[in-house]
Design a protein around this ligand. Sequence first.
Ligand code: T1G
Ligand code: NAD
Length: 685
Amino acid sequence: MTGPVRYGIAEGIAVATIASPPVNALSAAMRAGLAEAVRRACADPAIRALVIAAEGRTWIAGADISEFGKPPVSPTLAELIAMLDGCPKPVVAAIHAAALGGGLEVAMACSARVLGPKAKLGLPEVKLGLLPGSGGTQRAPRLMGAAAALRLMAEGEPLDAAAAMAAGLGDMLAEDDLVMVATAHAAALAEGPPPPPVSRRDAGLGPREAFEAEAAKLTRRAATEPQVAAMIACVRACYELPFVEAVAQERAAFLALLDDPRSKALRHVFFAERDAAKIADIPAGTAPRKVARAAVLGAGTMGGGIAMCFANAGIPVRVIETDDAALRRGLDRIRATYGASVKRGSLSAEALEARMALIEGAVGLEAAKEADVIVEAVFEEMGLKKQVFATLDRVAKPGAILASNTSYLDIDEMAAATSRPGDVLGMHFFSPANVMKLLEVVRAKATAPDALATAAELGRRLGKVPVVVGVCFGFVGNRMLARRTQQVERLLLEGALPQQVDKALTDFGFRMGPCAMGDLAGLDIGWRIRQATGKRAPVADALVEAGRLGQKTGKGYYLYPEGARAGVPDAEVAALIEAIAAREGVARRAIPQDEILDRLLLPMVNEGARILEEGIAARPGDVDVIWLHGYGWPAWTGGPMHWAGARGLAQIAARLAQFAEASGDDSLRPAPLLARRAAEGRGFG
Ligand code: T1G
Ligand code: NAD
């Protein structure tokens, strides 16, 4: 047998070995190969049992997601699983690594599961807006109890080998020589009466009350996540319907979710996140440089968080400030942040000390001389940044990566201040840097391919989602954000209140609205940039000039009584805005929520189209990944570019043209790429 499944026989036991890189997904070819192995084993009288093993970094990573939405090819997964369930000879799954989704469903349709020490068993479909669609909602409860099975499905996180054994998903743990142990177990099963198929092990369900208690905990999620509501109903059917009917109900629920725009969006995100890791046009196999030590310049809001990222990844880091007082403040803030995690129980006191031991403080840029990577996070002023890069050019060791954490400024200009522009790039973290997953890796004109590969690889080591972008003002995320910020200003002047603007976005699915986010990051950052670029934002400027910098001063768009994290509306701000509107001659009116939402989101999509056209972002999916991991765009809408495509670019183009007409602002006219795709009836994908 050729193809993704090899068939071998050892002493009357057939062994089917899956090898379908990269992750043994259940593609049509793989299903056909497995079905053929089952057929052969069943038909051959000399065969007493079948073992299913696999090679590679997973056992079976699930259904082939890239086949979703395409016409089904037989044998389907459901047909393959029915074959396994009905097989008259014992079938043993020998699981050496991840068995996820449809992969675990295949394993649960076998007579027994033998686990290697690195086995991981999970049902992650919830993350794709789906539920286990090939019997998983019926077999998992029969193996591990309905309550535990529901929890496994709703969380979507895999169990390691020991936990899977304890949960009842595994029958045997093989510390080594997994296939041999599984073969022996298969032979033993073939001696006795065959174990009952899992489909008939109702006794395993456990008490219904326990299940209902677990389901009750998911009520809030079930209200907003259709896949959670559906999986509760499917598992409940274990107690109410015969197995075959319950499987049919599950299938119907699965097919309905498959067509749901939220699942389509989450599947888009799955592939977009993986594509974003591929750096366009650098030679394949470009090896990253070694990074064993780091330095961070500036121990302020960002520098401290960035240093924690290195320490969290086990990389020794030197934090460098201008003077002892600033350094002390920065190191104390780092220790306090770790301390809060210890209080919350998400970090042990020992781990705190271990990480602090990796963070060393120093004064003066000389101290960066041993670092393999230096991340600059000093004030957002070009003059200062160029000075810093010129000094780094002198003190940094050859081959060190010289990275800037600038939010907006031109990396090419910083590179030009050195004699080694190939080593210069941007590593743009997001606040709080020790929490936010996104890292914009900014590729400057002269950045060397291996420097770029090093920064992207390092980003993954720091637990970030690195996305490579080009140089422009604000790169991808902040450049699009600036369009939204502009609209926030206009909406406030024209009659909306901060809480109305924020509500439009939180209703859409953001955890925080723009006014609350400005208060969190500090309104002075935007003000510094406007001062430096001569731009105006009448409302935000007035707030800063009134000392309302946001949470750090206890008031911004909102008031933060006694340091509260959630702001309360402040009548003073409403009065201030009215006065500015009068001064600016802006007529005020009640603005409908849907208009507020469109004016916040559509100009960003439009700017995203310009960014794609200029090649600042390589793929629409990159823009989506940036907004999901850097700005809290709700994943179940797929990100700005996917969302716009799903809504229909023609409608969006018309709405933008309306806004341009009403405001006289030509930047709101549909960007050429958007207009073109709208005319072609296509999305950005
Ligand atoms: N289908 C198709 N392609 C897949 C895939 C899958 N299930 N899983 C991974 N890939 C591709 C991925 O796009 C990438 O491609 C390459 O494999 C390496 O992936 C009926 C409905 C297994 C933990 O949700 O979580 O079964 O970019 O970079 O970091 O009930 O991949 O190289 O071209 O992520 O080592 C349920 C999804 C499906 C698991 C490995 N299964 N995969 O992580 O590699 S739904 C999942 C993962 C289902 C049934 C239902 C991870 C991984 P490329 P990678 P990794
Ligand atoms: P901050 O004002 O909190 O901290 C800047 C620190 O740099 C100060 O502690 C200052 O003492 C120190 N510093 C100044 N000159 C120095 C020098 N020559 N050597 C060493 N240290 C020096 O500012 P921040 O908010 O952390 O921003 C830092 C950089 O990160 C800026 O470029 C900013 O645009 C960018 N950034 C900020 C955010 C954010 O949300 N705050 C997010 C992403 C990027």
